[in-house]
Design a protein. Structure first.
Length: 569
């Protein structure tokens, strides 16, 4: 196939297997990866020849299995190496490319006129791209397959964005204009120390009381930090944050956060472009952890809204690798990071999902706790309306299937679901289920195995992967959060409300550990599944409908509608 873009921007991922000895090359292209266009996409025609896509070449990692072993040992509270997190340099030893691998790829690029000094200006001529339009109007420039010479197949793991049709979305689409609507029919509050107003609206005070954080004063603010990721041109507004603090946390009124631009990302402070997602994440994430220093990363790109006829010459809808490249190159990284974005797992090619997931593992090895929202469509396909959910596979067979969310389905991150009401029940929109890409990790075997054995025989047969990684891992309040957006108060919710809350609590736990001379928690899941029964409350009511089904019911211990909630003790 032939690639007709004028400019090619190439980035080498650090990691590769040793290639075979150099020999005469057969440069005949062979299909490296092929996908079916996801449901809802229509091919418009060949992409304009003057369009540019910044492509990233990922080389096979040299010893990810060794890195994974390191991750599980230092994250296991019962292992002698628990908390012995790795340095940037130590991690890179496992994923550094072999010089011969780079030489092999360089040779291929030079053969196509792409020299190191001219990357971004010469064509590679290996792929064919078309413009594709989604039913809601979004346009991407993508290919359903790409080819490489056969001798490169065992050296190059993937090249993206090529076959990735994921549009990306924030997990905060749920607005509640009727502020007086109770979270549940009148139910007496289970805990007398929780204000009655928390039955109708969630504030910082409600969160701190629900999860037993009242009165804790962070002491390790020179060592500890919390970070919030911003994608899709979502901007966190300082004026709105000040208004939020003035109403809910007066002590923080004069505080701010550090904004970091990733590859030119902006944080426009006009009130009229403030993002409800970014405001929700920063107001509650930084508010719960205050005065822990906060960082907001703004990564550019507007997934799903690239206009091939606009003046913009680069299709930039692949934010995760951009952000990961930036953050992994940093010496100092916040110990807790919250992300409220994701997409239907099946719209992300497995090779891409696998590579991104491995990079999350690198962060875990460095002592970082990563929290991702599990989604807002129950077991469905990202459409919050259960009636219009399609829930069909993208393999051309259109098989009915539950649709988990990525990156929340990655086993090296902590997936956060949502609860509602007091006493808490599983939120009916909370994303949960089982990954179709990633097998169940060992730390889940006991909890998930017990759940599956209790599930009535034949329940949702064929609709989910019984051997897959289960999600979410934890849950927290996710409805009727009171925030400020574009100068005024609004009520909002979703698992993206729960995620920064959990991140804030984790940041406080890290503060306590660092103040006591201990290492931060790092990758949380082995600790959660081994010690969760001693530190969490179990949510045993509710379900997460989707795909024309009631979804999974909450029950004792782990289930796919929620996990266990941070305890108020």
């Amino acid at each position: 196939m032939h690639f007709s873009l004028l400019s090619l921007f190439l980035f080498f991922a650090l990691a590769a297997a040793v290639p075979a000895a150099l020999a005469p090359r057969d440069h005949t292209p062979q299909v490296k990866e092929s996908v079916a266009a996801p449901n809802g996409w229509t091919r418009l025609g060949r992409a304009p020849s003057d369009r540019s896509i910044r492509l990233r070449i990922a080389l096979f990692q040299q010893d990810f299995a060794g890195l994974e072993t390191q991750l599980y040992e230092i994250s296991d509270p019962e292992h002698r190496r628990y908390g012995a997190h790795m340095s940037k340099e130590d991690v890179e030893k496992y994923v550094a490319p072999h010089p011969a691998s780079l030489a092999l790829v360089d040779e291929w690029l030079v053969a196509h006129g792409v020299h190191e000094s001219s990357l971004g200006r010469s064509p590679a001529k290996d792929w064919e791209y078309y413009s594709w339009q989604h039913t809601d109007g979004d346009i991407l420039v993508r290919a359903t397959s790409y080819s490489l010479p056969q001798y490169l197949h065992d050296t190059i793991e993937l090249i993206q964005p090529t076959t990735i049709f994921a549009r990306g979305k924030g997990m905060a689409p749920i607005l509640y204009p009727e502020d007086n609507e109770p979270l549940t029919p009148a139910t007496p509050l289970a805990n007398s120390h929780i204000d009655a107003s928390c039955a109708t609206r969630i504030t910082l005070s409600c969160i701190m009381r629900l999860y037993n954080a009242v009165g804790y004063k962070p002491r390790a603010t020179k060592k500890n930090a919390i970070g919030i990721t911003g994608f899709l041109e979502q901007y966190a507004n300082q004026r709105d944050l000040t208004s939020f603090y003035r109403q809910q946390l007066p002590a923080a009124v004069h505080s701010t956060f550090n904004t970091v631009s990733v590859y030119g990302g902006k944080n426009n402070q006009s009130l009229w472009v403030a993002g409800e997602e970014a405001n929700l994440d920063t107001q509650f994430g930084f508010g719960v952890a205050y005065p822990t220093p906060g960082t907001f990363w703004s990564t550019p790109g507007s997934p799903g809204s690239f206009d091939p006829d606009a003046h913009t010459v680069v299709d930039t809808n692949e934010p995760y690798l951009d952000w990961l490249d930036y953050i992994l190159d940093s010496k100092h990284i916040p110990q807790t990071i919250s992300t409220s974005y994701g997409d239907d797992e099946q719209t992300v090619p497995f090779t891409y999902a696998s590579r991104v997931c491995k990079r999350f593992a690198e962060l875990g090895c460095r002592g970082v706790s990563l929290l991702f929202a599990s989604g807002d469509a129950g077991v469905g396909d990202g459409d919050p309306d259960p009636v219009t959910q399609q829930c069909f596979t993208n393999d051309g067979k259109n098989t009915k299937r539950f649709i988990p969310q990525f990156p929340s389905s990655c086993p090296y991150v902590t997936s956060v679901g949502g609860t509602m009401s007091i006493p808490e029940v599983s939120a009916n929109f909370s994303g949960g289920g089982f990954s179709n890409y990633f097998s169940r990790p060992a730390y889940q075997n006991k909890a998930v195995g017990q759940y599956l054995r209790k599930l009535p025989h034949g329940t949702y047969e064929g609709l989910f992967n019984r051997a897959g990684r289960g999600l979410p891992d934890v849950s927290a309040q996710a409805r009727k959060f009171q925030i400020f957006w574009r100068g005024g108060p609004i009520s909002i919710g979703g698992t993206s409300a729960a995620t920064p809350v959990v991140a804030g609590i984790v940041a406080l736990l890290n503060d306590a550990r660092l103040a006591a001379g201990r290492p931060p928690l790092g990758f949380l899941n082995p600790l959660i599944y081994k010690r969760g029964a001693h530190a969490f409350n179990d949510v045993v009511a509710g379900n997460n409908p989707g795909c024309g089904t009631p979804g999974f019911n909450a029950t004792k211990d782990w289930d796919p509608g929620k996990r266990i909630l941070y305890a108020n003790r």
